[in-house]
Design a protein around this ligand. Structure first.
Ligand code: CA
Length: 467
């Protein structure tokens, strides 16, 4: 038997892909400003047929990382490809150099060790995995196939060890909608257009998709009640957010400049910032969210890497005439030109009755992430502007992603006008807020003419009655 040679270390100048059908010359120019390579080539196909199916979230151009357990063995790092999960550490023997080391570091119950190696290692590993899984390497199939697990048989875990979780508030449409309910005359605080506002949330209760959420109990004080009482939340909500995973630590005392902040990001996931609106309304002044938020946060199991998302960058949200310009430490021309990301996020609900009736999840909203007021780089630059340090695995939430009109509002608080205008569901039920047995499902995808469609998979959570 001839043993195939190891995959050669990749030459970064080799195989630069030029999009053939990306529309206007301007669009091509804009795409080429970003560092694309053969892993983004829409013509590249995989010898795993399911990865080539139209509408698949995980084509060979995506290759998101997660933690999975095959039917036999311990949790370990994997990459989603079609309807399979590739055991990445098992690929180390086929690879060389930094790429082999990164693959070997995936033999862990979280991705933090691999992230520690830095962006060059992530990129080298991505290029080699892309090549191994491509039709160009079909003759490797018999060696790789034993290390593929059907996704249906894989148990998925929280992909990262999360030292810190910060939740931003970066959608001006959400901030305006939410603010109007609590402060009708003054919905947007005077600092909003200057400060990428956030609060420090709770890392200990971040869970992977599929983990049930127990309805929290807390202090509630309805407007007409003379005093608060302790009871199960009556206004449980979701928040449709994008999660940002930090992959490069920063030093205490050293701000990360906005122009290079994007290099700190390993990747992105879907994030549900479950919110108890009644607990929140009573507790939030003067120090902000606390027990109304920290009982649960759900993230999707697959981290779509920054590199996979490179072709979907677009211009940052254009501030309307009359809005102040961001302060200089939040301003970078390249970030303004391509700091937005064209991700479509959707939220769905599946009630217990809908499950009994065999109905599909009902779409509540779909929001374009590119309408977010602050770019991800501005969030990171601001977070570190006082010298606060970021750690590997830190999770940043974008804040609820709401688009300009109701079809894109990313929470029930907004969609049902704080429960006053309940939403009608195909089962004949209505919802102002989430009831026990309801499951909330998020999906996300990127599509652009001339490029492969990539997706985020799902972020799901079913609500159980209070203990
Ligand atoms: Ca939030």
């Amino acid at each position: 038997m001839v043993v195939p040679a190891k995959v050669e270390a990749h030459n970064h100048l080799h195989g630069v892909w030029v999009p053939a059908c990306a529309g206007t010359a301007q669009a091509v120019k804009r795409i080429l400003m970003i560092d694309l390579n053969e892993t983004h080539d829409p013509k590249r196909a995989s010898w795993i047929d399911s990865a080539n199916a139209p509408g698949c979230d995980f084509p060979i151009q995506n290759l998101p990382f997660g933690i999975f357990r095959p039917p036999v063995g311990e949790p370990r790092g994997g990459v989603a490809i079609g309807d399979r999960v590739l055991d990445v550490a098992a690929m180390a023997d086929f690879l060389n150099g930094l790429s082999a080391r990164a693959a070997a570091d995936c033999k862990a119950p979280h991705l933090n060790r691999m992230m520690e190696l830095g962006p060059h290692a992530w990129s080298a590993l991505r290029r080699d995995l892309s090549r191994l899984l491509s039709t160009e390497s079909s003759d490797w199939r018999h060696r790789i196939e034993p290390h593929l697990t059907p996704m249906a048989d894989a148990e998925l875990f929280r992909p990262i060890d999360v030292p810190n979780f910060t939740d931003f508030y970066a959608s001006v449409f959400h901030a305006t909608n939410a603010g109007r309910m609590f402060r009708p005359d003054n919905p947007l605080m005077p600092n909003y257009k200057y400060v990428p506002v956030a609060y420090h949330s709770r890392a200990s209760s971040v869970r992977v998709s599929g983990t049930p959420v127990v309805r929290p109990k807390g202090q509630i004080k309805p407007g007409d009640a003379p005093a608060p009482f302790y009871a199960p939340c009556r206004a449980l909500d979701y928040e449709l957010e994008l999660g940002i995973v930090v992959g490069v630590r920063s030093e205490l005392g050293t701000p990360v400049p906005v122009g290079s902040a994007g290099n700190s990001i390993f990747g992105f996931c879907l994030l549900n910032d479950w919110s108890a609106r009644d607990i929140q309304a009573w507790e939030y002044q003067p120090l902000g969210p606390f027990l109304g938020k920290n009982f649960a946060t759900t993230i999707s199991p697959w981290i779509v890497t920054s590199e996979a998302l490179a072709p979907y960058h677009t211009q940052a949200y254009r501030r309307p005439e009359g809005d102040p310009a961001p302060l200089p430490y939040l301003t970078d021309s390249a970030d303004q030109e391509r700091g937005g990301i064209a991700i479509e996020l959707s939220a769905y609900i599946l009630t217990a009755k809908m499950r009994e009736q065999g109905l599909e999840p009902f779409r509540l909203s779909h929001s374009p992430f590119a309408t977010i007021y602050w770019t991800v780089a501005q969030m990171i630059a601001h977070h570190t502007s006082n010298g606060c340090n970021l750690e590997i695995g830190d999770l940043l939430g974008s804040g609820t992603v709401s688009g300009p009109d109701k079809s894109g509002w990313g929470s029930l608080l907004e969609l049902s006008a704080r429960g006053r205008e309940p939403i009608e569901l195909p089962s004949g039920e209505t919802r102002g807020f989430i009831e026990d047995g309801d499951e909330i499902v998020f999906r996300g995808r990127c599509e652009r003419e001339g490029l492969a469609r990539i997706g985020f998979g799902e972020c799901r959570g079913v609500v159980l009655p209070a203990n």
